[in-house]
Design a protein around this ligand. Structure first.
Ligand code: AMP
Length: 221
């Protein structure tokens, strides 16, 4: 199936980042994660990073106008037109979805499909509270599955150290899930009404979820 542009929708901890890596390889799309872009801005101490940091640390959404601004700028790049894009973590509100529709039509970026990865809250809490990352290669680990914890050397790149994202602390997880249900879940209805939505069961291993996604995409080809 030839895919121009794709959105990965789903609650925090649904495995959007992991699925994105597979899909980008499979379809040759450009991977744009607003979470990664914002974390990069925080680390680089840019003006955007300074404005975004307190929202991110608390598990709140960064204001729409900031996020829409960075996505609008990025979607104007020639690489997006050439390769097509996989959006991971954007849009997260109806205002962002409307803005995206406007940018895609203005820039004539072509067709957009939306993959929703559905996971129950109990499983998300278990996944997020045990999630750890490498500060150098950004590989994602889980304390139960991988036996690594904060301060350990990264088993993958060996130079980095394992850390826990500040928004993976228990209080921030609860806030992120509240935000998801209030602001992002309505996008499922929004895209479903526009006939753009594929819904996937996001429980199980990343490979199982990937196989389900591919089966749906191939059936739709
Ligand atoms: P993520 O890595 O996608 O879980 O994003 C980490 C954090 O970045 C979120 O909890 C939000 O604070 C912020 N963020 C990422 N994408 C968006 C977005 N589309 N709208 C608002 N805030 C966002």
């Amino acid at each position: 199936m030839s895919i121009r542009n794709m959105i990965l929708l789903g609650p925090p901890g649904a495995g959007k980042g992991t699925q994105a890596v597979h899909l980008v390889e499979e379809f040759g799309l450009l991977h744009l994660s607003t979470g990664d872009m914002l974390r990069g801005a925080v680390e680089a101490h840019t003006n955007l990073g300074l404005q975004a940091k307190c929202f991110m640390d608390a598990g709140d959404l960064v204001p729409d106008e900031l996020v829409i601004g960075i996505i609008r700028d990025r979607l104007g790049g020639a690489d997006v037109r050439d390769l097509g894009v996989l959006l991971d973590g954007f849009p997260r509100t109806l205002v962002q979805a409307e803005a995206l529709a406007g940018v895609i039509s203005q820039l004539r970026l072509g067709e957009l499909i939306v993959i929703n990865i559905a996971v129950p809250d109990e499983l998300l809490i278990r996944r997020l509270s045990g999630r750890r990352m490498c500060d150098t290669c950004s590989e994602i680990f889980h304390i139960d599955r991988d036996g690594v914890d904060v301060g350990d050397p990264c088993p993958t790149c060996t130079t980095g150290k394992i850390y826990q994202r500040s928004d993976d602390q228990v209080e921030a997880i609860a806030e992120r899930l509240r935000n998801y249900h209030a602001k992002t879940a309505p996008l499922i209805k929004y895209y479903s009404e526009r006939d753009m939505l594929i819904s996937i069961d996001g429980s199980g291993t990343p490979d199982e979820v990937h196989r389900r996604v591919m089966a749906h995409l191939e059936l739709g080809a």
